[in-house]
Design a protein around this ligand. Structure first.
Ligand code: ADP
Ligand code: ADP
Length: 229
């Protein structure tokens, strides 16, 4: 479970908090979607969960443990992170990009090779023709899939996904959403998923957290959100 207690972030030189006394619990195995207009604090919240940035005040716990007590690198290795600008290493092949975290864990070569092929299958890319390609040889949707595979490589229990399908066209996005939903039914990861698209939020979320100006204004299941006045 991920728990945020009264978390506030005020960036240097800013008067207004980017995130303002945010309290939230995300149960294990659920997808919580953060939704709201641009600049309302969604990405900031996500980046505090993997300690890319530190809160100004408040506490974040993962499995009841304050994340400040974890080594930041170890913490990040256990959290898959997918962003819109997927940032694959351009001079590394698809397989090498996916293998980054397993290599950090020191997995043997053969285990990494098998895992890469398994992941490529899982995300709907043909291992034979894809593993040795370079990112520039892929379409936007394929890159996005490789980014998701990279984040899942070492099977982290938690995934943080910041507009993961934002950069692909609407048809490809719809496919990626459906495929990811199917995967998640088996994976049962704890996921924070950021979008500014309410339809995507309703489709992807077990729970939806609606942000406005750094504050949590609504939190509930899609059904609760849709039926509440
Ligand atoms: P969202 O993800 O909902 O678009 P962000 O978390 O990116 O929102 O941003 C929340 C607020 O914090 C915005 O006003 C944004 O301009 C500001 N902000 C984000 N990152 C920084 C930063 N590195 N330095 C200063 N202000 C920032
Ligand atoms: P997002 O897609 O999360 O809304 P933005 O486009 O707001 O991201 O921000 C992109 C980058 O710029 C992020 O690294 C963010 O931290 C930084 N940033 C955003 N707003 C500000 C700001 N007001 N001052 C400084 N950096 C900012």
């Amino acid at each position: 479970m991920i728990e945020l207690r009264e978390v506030t972030k005020i960036y240097k030189g800013q008067k207004v908090p980017a995130v303002d006394r945010l309290s939230l619990q995300i149960p294990e195995g659920e997808t919580c979607v953060f939704v709201g207009p641009s600049g309302c604090g969604k990405s900031t919240t996500l980046r505090m969960i993997n300690r890319m940035i530190e809160p100004t005040s408040g506490t974040i716990l993962i499995d009841n443990k304050d994340i400040r007590e974890s080594d930041p690198d170890r913490l990040r290795m256990g959290i898959g992170y997918v962003i819109q600008q997927i940032g694959l290493l351009p001079h590394r092949t698809v397989a090498e990009n996916i293998a980054i975290v397993p290599r950090l864990y020191g997995w043997p070569k053969e285990k990494i090779r098998q895992r890469v092929d398994e992941l490529l299958e899982l995300i709907g890319l043909d291992p034979e023709t894809t593993r040795d390609k370079y990112p520039s040889q892929l379409s936007g949707g394929q890159m996005q899939r490789v980014g998701v595979a990279r984040a899942m490589a070492a099977d982290p229990p938690i995934m943080l996904m910041d507009e993961p399908f934002g950069a692909v066209d609407p048809i490809a996005r719809n496919y990626l959403q459906d495929e990811f939903l199917r995967l998640q039914r088996e994976m049962k990861k704890t996921i924070c998923f950021v979008t500014h698209d309410i339809n995507e939020a309703i489709k992807m979320g077990d729970r939806i957290a609606i942000f406005n100006k750094g504050r949590l204004v609504q939190y509930g299941t899609p059904h609760e959100i849709l039926t509440r006045p």
